[in-house]
Design a protein around this ligand. Structure first.
Ligand code: MN
Length: 231
């Protein structure tokens, strides 16, 4: 995805400039918005490959924007990275619950931002590159990598890109236990710090979205998680 289009929604002009400069230096096309409302409008219109979204915005804040993006058919699959201040820990949890894929705490280094953006875009293009749809089925859960869709008992389940990647990893290895660190490595390609707590939040969200089938994702105390194999 050499010419991936990235939408940056940020009201602080210095941060907006810094992020834009670094993304453009890597060859990304950058769209910019300084309010939640205009960011949302731009996302609907331009269909970006990735959205970098500040949480603290005047008016419609980043969490409101994230919620709306994830509710709308045309934008719900677009990955979102939240930019948060250190003091906004609860916002990170809410954001991940709303379907954001990752977050970066301010102040951040542009290198970290680029690495995260690249990892997310790479993962998505790899998933999209699976031709013809490679189907995984465990219990009543079906995961179609080609179409990037999950259904439970034939009903579509709306997963965020990160929830999808975690489920795909668990479904590819039913019955096997993974530590939080292994799950992070599997979905992000490793090599950068992500809190283990954010894995817990993603798993909680995943269970919720899978309804009754969510119970098959077991917490293995002191170790991590596994998807119970089909009987
Ligand atoms: Mn802000």
């Amino acid at each position: 995805m050499a010419y991936a289009k990235v939408l940056v929604v940020e009201d602080n002009p210095d941060i907006l400039e810094l992020v834009t400069y670094n993304l453009e230096a890597q060859g990304y096309e950058v769209l910019r918005a300084v309010t939640g409302e205009s960011g949302l409008a731009c996302a609907r219109k331009e269909n970006p490959d990735l959205i970098i979204l500040d949480v603290m915005l005047p008016g419609l804040n980043g969490l409101d924007v994230c919620r709306k993006l994830k509710q709308e058919e045309s934008t719900r699959r677009t990955p979102v990275i939240l930019l948060t201040a250190k003091s906004e820990d609860s916002d990170v949890i809410s954001g991940l619950e709303l379907g954001a894929d990752d977050y970066i705490t301010k102040p951040f280094s542009p290198k970290v931002l680029i690495a995260r953006a690249r990892a997310l875009l790479r993962r998505l293009s790899e998933e999209a590159g699976v031709a013809g749809g490679d189907l995984l089925q465990v219990h009543a859960i079906t995961l179609d990598s080609g179409r990037h869709e999950v259904s439970v008992d034939g009903e579509p389940a709306n997963l965020s890109a990160t929830e999808f990647a975690i489920l795909k990893h668990l479904m590819s290895n039913p019955g096997r236990v993974f530590s939080r660190g292994q799950i992070i490595d599997a979905v992000r390609g490793g090599n950068y710090p992500v809190t283990e707590r954010s894995v817990d939040v993603q798993i909680l969200g995943l269970r919720k979205r899978l309804g009754n089938e969510g119970q098959h994702i077991e917490t293995v105390r002191g170790v991590g998680y596994r998807l119970r194999g089909a009987p």
